[in-house]
Design a protein around this ligand. Structure first.
Ligand code: ATP
Ligand code: MG
Length: 258
């Protein structure tokens, strides 16, 4: 049996007296999209920070079967981990293509400093391909200041996929996108899995998560309260009570991945 692209085993994170993430375990198999949902403050971003190495945690994080729990963030990127941030930071003086180009190449602890001083060399075909994969190939030469919030978001997603990662954590990629952009993003993410890329997908848009993911994990107060395929989570009374509110699901059947 091959190791999953990402495994989180008994991970806990404390902020002072607060247990933001409590003994969470989950796996993201190769080429699959696993959704992570839960109310505001449930610990979703904190879990991604622990996976990416931005906060210390108890427990174990594995990428493709290798323990990365003690590695710095850039070393985890080198092992094949990509991520997006809830708030997108782009270099406003670089074009969209250059913003993606800086994310290609070997990450190092000095990458951020270097990026400030050195214009990235542009592999046009590769950058164009990455932009196309999230549906913004036409924005190749645009400057970030000319973009809508949704388009900035998509550039952030393109950056996460630029280094051909094995697994990507997407923190609310659909926030700021309109309905048709969200639907298109779901299809594009499904398309990216055909190359073997795996994803952990966080979003508050339940229709988007259920329609895009193979498997869904629900967290509340830092703990996993349910997990399973979308149609099971959709029907899970505890999830409906604890998170979604009975009207949210019953009036808006999101369907499942096709
Ligand atoms: N740097 C921090 N220092 C202290 N507490 C924090 C910090 N970051 C988050 N928290 C707290 O940890 C808990 C989990 O927050 P987190 O941001 O992970 O939730 P979330 O599920 O991502 O929420 P949202 O859906 O609003 O993005 C919250 O109670 C939050 O206030
Ligand atoms: Mg969050």
């Amino acid at each position: 049996m091959t190791a999953p692209a990402l495994a989180v085993r008994g991970v806990s994170v404390r902020y002072g007296g607060l247990r933001a993430v409590s003994n969470v375990s989950l796996e993201v198999p190769d080429g699959k999209i696993v959704g992570l949902i839960g109310p505001n403050g449930a610990g979703k971003t904190t879990l991604v920070d622990a996976i990416a190495g931005f906060v210390a945690c108890d427990g174990r994080v594995e990428i493709a079967g290798q323990d990365v729990t003690r590695l710095k963030p850039h070393a985890r990127v080198r092992r094949g981990l990509g991520r997006t941030w809830q708030a997108v930071e782009l270099f406003d003086d670089l074009s969209v293509a250059e913003n993606v180009a800086v994310a290609i190449g070997t990450p190092s602890p000095w990458a951020t400093v270097k990026e400030l001083f050195i214009k990235p060399t542009l592999d046009k075909a590769r950058v164009g391909g990455v932009l196309d994969s999230v549906g913004i190939g036409h924005l190749f030469e645009a400057m970030p200041t000319e973009l809508s919030e949704g388009q900035r978001k998509l550039v952030g997603i393109a950056r996460a996929f630029a280094g051909s990662p094995r697994v990507v954590c997407l923190d609310e990629p659909a926030a700021g996108l309109d309905t048709s952009e969200t639907r298109a993003l779901g299809l594009q993410l499904r398309g990216l899995t055909s190359g073997g890329t795996s994803m952990l997908l966080i979003d508050h848009d339940i229709g988007f998560v259920f329609g895009t993911c193979d498997h869904v994990v629900v967290v509340e107060f830092g703990e996993v309260i349910a997990e399973g395929p979308p149609h099971e989570i959709y029907a899970n009374e505890r999830v409906i009570e604890a998170y979604l509110g009975s009207s949210a699901l019953r009036t808006n059947d999101p369907g499942g991945p096709s």
